[in-house]
Design a protein around this ligand. Structure first.
Ligand SMILES: N[C@@H](CCC(=O)N[C@@H](CS)C(=O)NCC(=O)O)C(=O)O
Length: 266
């Protein structure tokens, strides 16, 4: 029995849902509303001391961290492989997943919070700084302080603009990698595409498709169209979005677009 603790708009949770769908695996969900602070409930913190989704529980055994979860399900359930057989291509896939974990995901958190989630969280109630810090104490004070600044100050928060420039640089890295090929690694769809899909989809969810459409990054545009046609895309990315949040993120994204465009210089 596979159980997934997840949230509808979480990029790392969507990555795991996409991997599970592509591998044809069934799972039972436990929905953790991270925009309402449910990640700080004692029973969830016992599974996820950093207070983040996703967490997989397989027959009672706990596997945190989205990339580790995807590697685990590939090892535990070899059917419909999402990692290539060739060792060099496997290394190439891991370079993408490592980049996501180390750089792109933190950049995605920044843009998502400063453009949209801050408005939702402020409306849901964030309390004062001390309460906010204490709620996520296990996550580390530095990460919590950064989130507080994104929520309070938006795009003016320290380092937020740099993270958005880094995000844009990753789209260019994809454009370069897709030269002469349909997928990011080798000839076939793989975990590299699964790992990057939530981050392109996030920009689309924030109405920022112009970062690759209109001739700006045509290979990324074609890639995203192919990704959207994958059998697992709808269940991973669309079905779980909380009602109202899709529209809210689009509206917030459209409002911030002039600032993002100016920041990226186009
Ligand atoms: N490295 C972790 C990152 C997990 C993470 O940042 N999860 C976010 C959603 S994408 C979360 O649960 N945030 C809750 C919060 O920040 O309070 C992974 O890949 O699983």
């Amino acid at each position: 029995m596979l159980e997934l603790y997840h949230h509808g708009s979480s990029a790392c949770a969507a990555k795991v849902r996409f991997a599970l769908a592509e591998k044809g695996l069934d799972w039972a969900g436990h929905y953790v509303d991270i925009l309402k602070g449910e990640q700080f409930a004692a029973d969830f913190l016992a599974l996820s001391p950093k207070a983040v989704v996703p967490v997989l529980v397989h027959d009672g055994r706990v596997v945190p961290e989205s990339t580790v979860i995807c590697e685990y399900v590939e090892d535990a359930f070899p059917q419909h492989p999402i990692y290539p057989a060739d060792p060099f291509e496997r290394a190439e896939v891991r370079l993408w997943t490592k980049a996501v974990d180390e750089e792109l995901h933190p950049a995605c958190s920044a843009i998502t919070y400063v453009v949209s989630h801050r408005h939702t969280i402020l409306r849901n109630g964030v309390g004062d700084f001390d309460t906010f810090l204490k709620a996520g104490a296990r996550e580390g004070a530095a990460a919590r302080t950064l989130k507080w600044q994104w929520i309070q100050d938006g795009l003016a928060a320290p380092g937020a603009a740099d993270k958005i420039r880094l995000y844009d640089a990753y789209l260019q890295k994809m454009e370069d990698a897709l030269d002469g090929r349909d997928w990011l690694v080798g000839e076939a769809f793989s975990m590299a595409d699964i790992a990057m899909a939530p981050y392109v989809n996030r920009l689309s969810a924030l109405a920022m498709d112009a970062l690759w459409t209109g001739g700006r990054r045509p290979r990324v545009e074609g890639w995203f169209e192919r990704v959207r046609l994958r059998p697992g895309f709808h269940s991973a990315f669309v079905e779980w979005m909380p009602s109202g949040l899709t529209e809210e993120m689009l509206a917030n994204g459209r409002r911030s677009w002039p600032d993002i465009k100016a920041l990226l210089g186009f």
